[in-house]
Ligand binder design. Sequence first.
Ligand code: SAH
Length: 354
Amino acid sequence: MEGKINLLDLTVEEIQQLMVDLKQEKFRAKQIYQWVNKGIKDLDEMTNLSKSLREALGNVSTIRKLKIKHKLVSKIDGTTKYLFELEDGNIIESVLMVYKHGLTVCISSQLGCKMGCGFCASTGLGFIRDLTPGEILDQVLTIQTDAGKRVGNIVIMGIGEPLDNYDNIVKFLKLVNHPEGLNIGYRHVSLSTCGLVPEILKLSRENMPITLSISLHAPNDAIRGEIMPVNKKYSIDKIIEACKIYTEVTKRRITFEYAMISGLNDSRENALELARRIKGMLCHVNLIPINAIESASYKKSERRNIDQFREILEKYGIEATVRRELGADINAACGQLRRSMIANEERIKKNEEI
Ligand code: SAH
């Protein structure tokens, strides 16, 4: 299997080229793409292709599927957390959220993350590698097959910094949007970034009007620099400038994510400073009571601070919502499951009790 092309990684045009290379009819590419995007596990499931074509295809390619290693379903709201095993044994996580308007899947973009945000559970685990477009796509396909229902929305907010894996993410967006594939409209995709300015600008020119979420989390560079090392490279002003260009080009409203941390970024002054900075922008603020993680001492803001913060933003004409916490009973937030699973496995290896 080593060295073979993963069909999940290929666009229709690339499969067409593969057909040319294999001296096959070009129109077969569309059929192959359709099969792969139905979530089939094996080339032999492509029943409208001849055996000889399947064999020729099998000599050079394979469908490298994710294995469901673990699945946790929330008793509170049906949120389901999936742990997937990749071919190389590494583990990634994705979350299925069930809303009235349909299914949303939250996917990971990298194995680990390089960004080092102080409050994030992914940070302590380091960075292993980028995920391929097919590995990103297969999170959606496998969950859709498992749920037996169409996935309508995608949020790229799992582990990893998607814009640090730019080319693979853009290719994934093309794959998932393709009419012969999952056919999910760009407007139904949200991408969350810690604010890599050159990539935000590049994305604005891709003609892919996805919703951009910026993990802002602070009203000024001093506070942001304390919790997000990336701020040393790209200041808030630079990010806001890039966001304005993004909204101008794509006409899409930006979301600013703001994790509320008690005593650090949740005061009246902090809200006023943020409001002055972003007022008048085509934007929306999502206030997230921070999830406490073991390795850091950050605590959730009090409810009254969160409400006060929201009211101040609204006074400045900025729409703000407080994020509902889903899957609270299954560690569904922010890298927590992968982390506890890895910790468990290490304990199992050491023969300790879990
Ligand atoms: N790297 C991307 C996407 C991954 S994180 C980004 O930075 O946006 C997805 C979101 O979860 C980000 O807004 C991130 O800041 C937030 N997040 C991470 N750890 C968190 C925690 N402990 N509590 C609440 N939100 C957290």
